[in-house]
Write a new protein. Structure first.
Length: 127
């Protein structure tokens, strides 16, 4: 949604983070893959090769508040794409939230917003 606002280094770090989060539960799901492909297209990084960077190193790239908000929102979107949040995903999200300095209320607002968007996107159309 807002990934085009990121700088080049941030875009690459975001893709690393997204790929890491998609695999953190041990299952790179059929729901998560299209989301990552969409991220790559949105940021014009279709040919990006994943380097397997460490989570701590990835998070250091994101410095300002707006960038952190974008990253957290998009990562939540990825995590909730398959409808299941595994323990490792929850732990990783908590770690990201803490590293970014977001309190529980701000995180809850982001999570609720993402879940609401997902539900709205899946809402059947009426004639």
């Amino acid at each position: 949604m807002f990934l085009t606002e990121l700088q080049q280094e941030e875009k690459e770090a975001f893709l690393e983070l997204a790929y890491l989060m998609a695999k953190v539960d041990g299952n790179y799901s059929v729901f998560e893959n299209p989301v990552i492909v969409k991220y790559q297209k949105e940021m014009n990084l279709e040919d990006y090769t994943f380097k397997g960077a460490a989570l701590e190193d990835i998070l250091k790239v994101f410095k300002d508040e707006r960038t952190k908000q974008i990253v957290l929102a998009e990562i939540l979107r990825l995590v909730y794409s398959d409808g299941i949040v595994h323990d490792n995903e929850h732990k990783s999200i908590s770690f990201i939230r803490e590293q970014f300095g977001f309190d529980a209320n701000k995180y809850a607002s982001f999570k609720d917003w993402i879940v609401g968007i997902k539900e709205l996107a899946n809402y059947p159309e009426h004639d």
